[in-house]
Design a binder for this molecule. Structure first.
Ligand code: SF4
Length: 688
């Protein structure tokens, strides 16, 4: 090789965007990212990637990166050295703790952080500060899916691997724009449909690419999936088409559940969902006509007032039809961010230690008390949503947020940013000066995935290592090192020399990860949890029953009662979602030039029917107003949405940001904001 080639480094990494968890070699020369090369043996993706994974890396070298700690002095931020930042932080935290107690502090961890960093963030909150006020951004998206699965089948994760989906005879997607949000996973489904005649049924409000490709596409009214799911399940039971042997062997509470379905007649479901009775019967017949059904769902299900109950209804249908415990069957909640699964798995939750052991469980708590040499609280802490309320109520005084633009991504951002203004002390740790940083007292420069080591867990519970390809830019530091610095100054010298030691500690404490260690995770090797002490992992989650005492799953009754405030004045419904090219609020993808150029503008999709009725033209500027606030945007007329449905891409971080419109309405089980259920009125500001 020539000298030039010799300087090229090839480093295995994990994609930093979505929960599919594609892995690849990234080729770098000094700080230049030359290309991304997926490998045949990349477990989740093989040789595939999407536009974000392949080209979305410019942000790493963006000139807007923060490279030094910043402390607010009046209206300005001043660059300081790490020592000064850390002693300032620890002093302010200690003052708040001394005056108001540990529960006056809150911690929000990030799905961009590694598993090891999530572990340390909850360790900082619990061991060092003494509070369970620790949560992460899965509260904004996937907590309801986890809840629905906990209630019925016991584990909050995908039932099998992405590759197993190929074995399904039928795939049903609900509230998931799979082709744009989980591109590589969608390509697997497309391939199976084409090659093996796998049936694809898509349920969504919006006619997106997967809807166009589907064998059948259904558009139930917003927020009503629970009703068609329950009606279809009831019909199956009424006709005696349930999977009797499976239920007898593996499922509890059938009779009580059956009774709870009384209300969900076909006539009722037709009225509520808009799907005709004949169609509902046909769906039921199709579902039982095949041997293997897998159901994928995402935020179109979870970000609703009934997000947890709808996720439960999905699992109920799978149980009644015997669609668990075999490859090609089961529940696939599609995790949004690269490490949204792992961040919850490793304990950044107000009610769980790592591996989902409850803080109220005396044995689990004792174990951590012994390991960490402190007393821990058995009371669950506040979740993200409760933290914001507590700030308004004067109970929460200090907040530490890692890698999350909470001031844009939380619902009802006017309310959230008003809360930030009331904080005594606010630390934000990120790559860029985000909107949230505008309210911070201290901003700490973190590093992107390419500049650190650790592990991420993708949607199929697969723990994968990322290796460091670049040095941290300027004085920026990996989250785990920053957290160690703060803990040390507060009297807890953790002394980890490498993230592998953090993983060893979590594995020793959390049975779910008992056999996980870095030696088993070298290069493209990976482990799907639960991992037994001998290192055996679990690609197929349920093989020998379910993780309950008698190994039987539970059918869990759910009801339907929904009102999201549509009336004569607020007469339109806004939905929102991802675009293929961008990610989240766009903090990373907007900084990739090629991507920004391709889809530059924020727009509001309006149906041709509505546009015609109101005389609105393509390109008009409109203002949407909800009970919480208003947003403006440019009209794009399309048949992707129907009637009074509007759609806004959620990747905007400017004036049309969806969260000026969302309010404090939440899923009642998990406090996940009902982002998808906003009633608005629309006025035209400028014709074109
Ligand atoms: Fe990254 Fe997801 Fe695209 Fe894979 S599908 S390259 S994980 S964004």
């Amino acid at each position: 090789a020539s000298m030039r080639e010799e300087r090229i480094e090839k480093t295995k990494t994990v994609c930093t965007y979505c929960g599919v968890g594609c892995t690849f070699d990234v080729w770098t020369k000094d700080r230049k990212i030359l290309k991304v090369v997926p490998q045949q043996h990349s477990p989740a993706n093989g040789i595939s990637t999407c536009i974000k994974g392949k080209f979305g890396w410019d942000y790493v070298n963006s000139e807007e990166r923060i490279t030094k700690p910043l402390i607010r002095r009046g209206d300005q931020f001043e660059e300081v050295e790490w020592d000064e930042a850390i002693s300032y932080i620890t002093k302010r935290i200690t003052d708040i703790k001394d005056e108001h107690g540990p529960d006056a502090l809150g911690f929000i961890s990030s799905s961009k952080a590694t598993n090891e960093e999530s572990y340390l963030m909850q360790k900082l909150a619990r061991q060092v500060i003494g509070t369970n006020n620790i949560d992460n951004c899965s509260r904004y998206c996937q907590a309801p899916a986890t809840k629905g699965l906990f209630r019925t089948v016991g584990h909050g994760g995908d039932s099998g691997s992405i590759n197993d989906i190929a074995e399904a005879e039928m795939v049903i997607t609900i509230g998931s724009n799979t082709a744009e949000s989980h591109p590589v996973l969608a390509s697997r489904i497309k391939r199976s449909q084409k090659l093996f005649g796998q049936k694809l049924f898509v349920f969504d409000l919006r006619k997106h690419e997967m809807a166009e490709r589907a064998d059948r596409f259904f558009q139930p009214k917003s927020g009503t999936d629970l009703v068609w799911l329950s009606a279809v399940t009831k019909y199956i039971i009424d006709q005696g088409l349930e999977n009797r042997p499976f239920i007898d062997q593996w499922v509890n509470d059938f009779e009580a559940y059956k009774e709870s379905l009384e209300k969900f007649t076909l006539a009722y479901a037709e009225k509520i969902t808009g799907i005709s009775q004949e169609t509902l019967i046909e769906i039921a017949k199709q579902v039982v006509s095949v041997d293997k059904v897998a159901i994928c769902w995402a935020m179109g299900v979870t970000q609703h007032q009934l997000g947890s109950d709808t996720s439960t209804a999905i699992s109920n249908l799978l149980l009644v039809t015997g669609n668990y415990m075999r490859s090609g069957t089961g529940a696939y909640p599609l995790r949004g961010h690269n490490n949204v699964q792992g961040c919850s798995d490793f304990g950044s939750m107000p009610d769980f230690f790592p591996g989902y052991e409850k803080v109220s469980d005396n044995n689990a708590r004792k174990k951590y008390e012994n390991a960490w040499n402190v007393e821990l609280s058995s009371e669950p802490g506040k979740d993200n949503h409760q933290m914001i309320h507590a700030i308004h109520g004067g109970k929460l005084r200090g907040l530490y947020v890692i890698g999350e633009d909470t001031g844009i991504v939380d619902s009802n951002i006017n309310y959230v940013t008003d809360a930030f203004k009331k904080l005594d002390f606010f630390i934000v740790q990120d790559l860029f000066l985000t909107k949230t940083c505008e309210y911070a007292d201290v901003v700490l420069p973190a590093v992107p995935s390419l500049e650190k080591e650790g592990t991420f867990t993708n949607t199929e519970r697969r723990i994968q290592r990322l290796y460091q390809a670049l040095d941290p830019l300027g004085d920026s530091m990996p989250d785990w090192q920053i957290l160690m610095g703060i803990a040390k100054e507060l009297g807890y010298d953790w002394g980890y020399k490498h993230p592998s030691e953090i993983m060893d500690e979590s594995a020793a404490l959390a049975p779910l990860f008992a056999g996980v260690n870095y030696d088993l995770l070298t290069e493209y090797n990976s482990l799907q949890w639960p991992v037994a002490a001998d290192g055996t992992d679990t690609p197929l989650l349920y093989t020998d029953g379910f993780p309950f005492e008698d190994k039987k799953a539970k059918l869990f009754p759910v009801g339907f009662d929904l009102d999201y405030g549509m009336n004569e004045e607020y007469d339109l419904h806004v939905n929102n979602g991802r675009l293929l090219e961008h990610f989240h609020e766009g903090n990373m993808t907007y900084k990739s030039k090629g991507i920004s150029r391709k889809t530059p503008n924020a727009f509001i999709e309006v149906s041709s029917e509505l546009a015609k009725k109101r005389g609105i033209e393509e390109g008009a500027k409109v203002k949407l107003t909800s009970v919480a606030g208003y947003a403006t945007g440019i009209v794009h007329i399309t048949d992707r949405v129907r009637g009074k449905e509007l759609f806004i891409p959620l990747n905007d971080n400017g004036k049309s940001a969806i969260n000026y419109l969302t309010d404090n309405t939440v899923d009642k089980e998990t406090n996940t904001p009902a982002y998808k259920e906003i009633a608005v009125k629309m006025e035209v500001l400028k014709k074109k």
